[in-house]
Design a protein around this ligand. Structure first.
Ligand code: ATP
Ligand code: MG
Ligand code: MG
Ligand code: MG
Length: 566
């Protein structure tokens, strides 16, 4: 591709409402443009990366024996009434009426439609097992769309549904998908963990989330560094409530910060200019992820709502606070500190200095907090890295202590049993001639969310760092002064032609821009391999190669560069 015939539209600054690094970089790199809350246009540069994700997912689903279909985005309510989800799903399900006053939904997933297909098409055990998948637009009217494509309302999901004869066979389908998911996320070069998740009414142990590890993730994972135990925090809490709560004080990572003796010192230490009288309150666990939150509260506010309330099931401790009572809030999870309409500052994702006696214990359901008065002398403070709290409890497998880290849910595999087939009376004839309900499983991948997650893991101050697998273009050729220099033009065009002939996804950045702009754009957009061709180098028979992760460029003989890049 030639940049002059493509569309690159980078921004110096991200729009003010962008709240997370991946969202800022995707906007700045011209990958997406916002249309409405949680609704984005995929610009040409972004669309190429989306297609790369889709291609990997499609290849691995096909390899695993799943069969591609496309189900409608618009689905009739009657199917959703059969399973009862029409009533159960609440406001996340987008509903509307057609001109005949009939009810419809925009699919958030497609269990109903796929089960309807199965009951119409799969008549005999001889046709089983089957696994149908689609890569399709979903809509969920999320309460808080945020973080760009990571929690959109309209987004792309790969959803697959398996149909089996028996629970045992369904278990094999599940394992098969689990293995396919590993291949998918391995190929994308993501650092992730498969964690056990709650199976709800279905029961059993067959539900796993694939979580990309990132400090900015909305989910919390409880894991054991000494074994392969890993569960999402909801499950860990359901199984053993004590495990999910950071143990007070002693179990946390402590670092002494001798300079900080008072709240004023703390405020200065945190680089948080607060003129008014404040006190600090540590809310230990916020009900969403079990991690502590530090609030700097105006001295004349008591936060009675916090004291009275129970945090279980409440999204944010700040929900209890009046808008002007909080001066600043610190926590590991920007989500838990999210836009609740208070006037202070949110400091998410950073180490928090906490006075030793601000962290208190207590029983699980109560809010644990201690007010510390301004000026008051505090004992030696500690710094608690709330991004990676050691829980201080043993893993259920007895192999070591549990720890917590944050994750972004990019995939979910779930054994459904006969829940949907019973609700929709979907049966096949088994070899004994009797009708049986299908044993089902469902398997989702957040295709568009993956791109945000990949960037959260791979960026620096200059921009995105793509892996070869997901990059919009794997190689960029940046000619310096192509319009002026015949030698540069010839070398750039020659390399471009050679790489293209080899099937390399190469971009020739032939835009008439200043060299500085071309170089900055290449780093912002984050192509993994860059070749800079200029007159000075060519005189010595050299061009400059730089991997996006390299500290500096390497001179490569112009004659060898194609082979070098390949
Ligand atoms: P979450 O807990 O993040 O709300 P979920 O558990 O509701 O996700 P699933 O129903 O398991 O989501 O859907 C399968 C996959 O779709 C998820 O693992 C996630 O990667 C993706 N996904 C879900 N909701 C969104 C969204 N609002 N925007 C982008 N991707 C999403
Ligand atoms: Mg959800
Ligand atoms: Mg989830
Ligand atoms: Mg899920």
């Amino acid at each position: 591709m030639r940049a002059s015939q493509f569309f690159i539209s980078t921004l110096k600054e991200a729009p003010g409402d962008a709240d997370i690094v991946s969202q800022k970089l995707m906007l700045r790199a011209g990958m997406i443009r916002k249309v409405a809350a949680g609704v984005y246009t995929w610009m040409p540069m972004g669309l190429r990366t989306l297609r790369k994700v889709e291609a990997i997912v499609r290849e691995e689903m096909d390899r695993a024996g799943a069969i591609e279909v496309t189900m409608p985005v618009v689905q009739p309510a009657v199917l959703w009434q059969e399973t009862g989800r029409w009533d159960k799903m609440g406001d996340e399900l987008l509903r509307f009426k057609d001109r005949h006053d009939r009810d419809f939904v925009i699919q958030p997933t497609s269990e109903e439609v796929v089960t309807d297909i199965a009951r119409g098409e799969l008549k005999s055990y001889r046709q089983l097992p089957k696994n149908f998948y689609q890569i399709q637009t979903k809509f969920r009217d999320e309460r808080r769309p945020r973080f760009g494509v990571m929690r959109g309302r309209e987004f792309t999901m790969k959803d697959a549904y398996s149909f089996d004869r028996s629970a045992e066979a369904a278990g094999q389908s599940y394992d098969n998908m689990f293995a396919a998911y590993r291949r998918i996320f391995d190929r994308m070069g993501l650092t992730y963990r498969a964690v056990a998740a709650d199976t709800g009414a279905i029961g059993g142990d067959r539900s796993h989330e694939f979580q990309v590890i990132a400090d900015t993730g909305e989910d919390a994972i409880v894991y054991c560094p000494a074994s392969d135990y890993a569960a999402n925090i909801e499950l860990a809490e359901a199984v053993a409530p004590a495990h999910a709560r950071p143990a007070p004080g002693a179990a946390m990572q402590k670092v002494s910060t001798p300079g900080v003796k008072t709240i004023a010192d703390l405020v200065a230490f945190l680089d948080c200019p607060v003129e008014q009288t404040v006190k600090a309150v540590v809310v230990e666990g916020d009900g969403e992820d079990g991690l502590p939150v530090l609030l700097l509260v105006r001295g004349d506010h008591e936060l009675n709502e916090v004291k009275a309330g129970k945090l279980a099931g409440v999204a944010s401790p700040l929900a209890f606070a009046t808008p002007d009572s909080i001066v600043a809030a610190f926590g590991a999870n920007p989500g838990s500190l999210g836009p609740v309409g208070f006037k202070g500052k949110v400091y998410a994702d950073r180490t928090v200095a906490v006075m030793a006696d601000m962290v208190t214990g207590g029983n699980e359901d109560d809010v644990h907090l201690t007010g510390v008065n301004f000026g008051r002398d505090c004992p030696e403070p500690v710094v608690v890295d709330i991004r990676n709290v050691v829980v201080g409890d043993m893993s259920p497998d007895g192999q070591g202590e549990l720890a917590i880290q944050r994750g972004i849910e990019v995939g979910h595999v779930f054994y459904l049993g006969t829940k949907y087939s019973q609700e929709m009376n979907a049966t096949f004839l088994d070899d004994d001639g009797k009708p049986k309900f299908f044993e089902m499983g469902c398997y989702g991948i957040g295709v568009s969310r993956i791109l945000g997650a990949a960037i959260e893991q791979n960026f620096d101050e200059r921009g995105i760092i793509w892996t070869d697998a997901l990059a919009p273009f794997t190689v960029v050729i940046v000619p310096m002064g192509m319009a002026r220099s015949e030698a540069v033009r010839e070398a750039a065009e020659g390399l471009y032609t050679t790489l293209k002939a080899q099937g390399v996804d190469v971009l020739l950045d032939d835009r008439e821009e200043r060299p500085g702009v071309l170089l900055a754009d290449s780093e912002l957009i984050g192509y993994p391999h860059r070749v800079v061709i200029g007159d000075r180098g060519l005189k010595e028979g050299k061009v400059e190669y730089r991997h996006r992760r390299d500290e500096a460029s390497t001179d490569v003989a112009a004659a060898d560069i194609a082979a070098f890049v390949l």
